[in-house]
Design a protein around this ligand. Structure first.
Ligand code: TRH
Length: 380
């Protein structure tokens, strides 16, 4: 273990959406809570942060939350001493004066780039390799991942036990859902929907509405709401809105705190998630899921999608693997979901078991925060 006084600086630029801040905030909290290190989290957009953590004061230059020193990363950078470990999240560019401060330290800091998550094989070979240098300070690649030999996934200690207890308690789930104004209809399939704009949504909602079984769809406020509004032929959906179309109940939720979002995923039978952090949290929820991957230039995201699918489906029967892969591909292409949803439902028990098995398998790997600390220990 590094000594208690090890100081870490984590830099986060909010490119768009919530993934950048979502990942770095989660990592910062875990490093403080479980590894006894001091963390300064430098963020250039506190408004995005406030959505995940309403206690954030968007005007404060410095503030402490859950043991993390949250610092406004303003364009007008004021010199500070560099930390022992410096993490640039998602290849963000550190302030020039901070890089000089790293180079001036008596003891050179460990400088890492925390990369985006991918299930592609090449990640294993690149994880931990040296990247660029600034003066004599060497930067290293740190890749999260699903394979042994990568940096793993963010997973707080005791997370799966907390999740299991919650899922075993109908009362805890009911109390949580009622707090969000959700009164779960008995026998209804509960689905959460967090996604980018998607032209395939209407066909999925049509299918759910005409199903023999009721569905209750929970939609936290966000980019998909425009498609929901078009399907419902309503405007300006707000949190709390509830609309019933045949077998389908659609309910809009507020954008909840990050820990509440976990509980929402734990309550639902099926979770549609997106990007990076919600995608990982849905896996820890141990329930079948649907991933809307973040779109990248030249469709490179499609390779990432296929890499994950081939890993995720390898222990499923060919028919179940085909069904869930077809659903995910259609969703990511914005295509009609009807047949794929119906095929997926045919393999439901198998997909449910698999979601739990996959979660347990992934939890055998060292979690990302522990892997970062271990990397540092090996490096000093
Ligand atoms: O918001 P995202 O689309 O973020 C994306 C991805 O990270 C992508 O890889 C990246 O390149 C891009 O941002 C810039 O999806 P993601 O990663 O799931 O982040 C959402 C965060 O919001 C996650 O931490 C969960 C959290 N969240 C809540 O806290 N409350 C909510 O109600 C919801 C729906 C999400």
């Amino acid at each position: 273990m590094p000594d208690m006084k090890t100081r870490w600086d984590i830099f986060c630029t909010v490119v768009d959406n919530f993934g950048d801040i979502g990942v770095t905030w989660r990592l910062s909290r875990q490093l403080v809570a479980e590894h006894g290190v001091e963390v300064r989290l430098w963020v250039d957009d506190l408004r995005a942060f406030e959505r995940l953590c309403p206690q954030i004061d968007i005007h404060a230059g410095r503030q402490w939350h859950q043991g993390v020193e949250v610092c406004q990363w303003s364009a007008d950078w004021q010199p500070v001493e560099a930390a022992d470990v410096v993490i640039a999240a998602f290849a963000c560019q550190l302030p020039g004066a901070y890089m000089d401060a790293m180079a001036q330290r008596d003891k050179t800091p460990l400088w890492m780039n925390l990369d985006y998550l991918s299930a592609e094989d090449w990640v294993i070979g690149c994880h931990g390799l040296p990247s660029v240098k600034y003066k004599h300070v060497q930067k290293h690649f740190f890749f999260p991942g699903f394979h042994k030999g990568t940096g793993g996934l963010l997973r707080e200690s005791g997370l799966l036990e907390r999740r299991r207890q919650f899922q075993q308690s109908p009362e805890a789930q009911q109390t949580f859902l009622q707090g969000l104004g959700v009164d779960r209809a008995p026998g209804a399939l509960l689905i959460s929907l967090f996604a980018y704009e998607n032209s395939g949504l209407a066909s999925w909602l049509d299918t759910l509405a005409s199903d023999s079984m009721p569905t209750h769809l929970l939609v936290p406020q966000g980019r998909i709401l425009g498609d929901v509004e078009r399907w419902l032929s309503v405007q300006d959906l707000q949190a709390g809105a509830l609309h019933v179309r045949d077998a389908l109940t659609v309910q809009v939720l507020p954008f909840v705190r990050q820990d509440q979002y976990d509980q929402l995923l734990w309550c639902c039978d099926f979770n549609a998630v997106r990007g990076e952090d919600s995608f990982v949290r849905a896996q820890w929820a141990g329930r079948p899921m649907l991933w809307h991957i973040y779109q990248q230039e030249e469709d490179v995201h499609l390779d990432k999608l296929e890499a994950f699918l081939s890993l995720y489906t390898k222990d499923l029967s060919p028919a179940a693997g085909e069904a869930i892969s077809g659903l995910w591909r259609a969703w990511n292409a914005g295509e009609t979901m009807t047949d794929h949803w119906q095929s997926t439902r045919k393999h439901w028990p198998q997909l449910q078991n698999h979601a739990e098995t996959w979660c347990l398998e992934q939890a055998l790997h060292t979690d990302l925060a522990a892997a970062l600390v271990q990397f540092y220990v090996n490096w000093i």
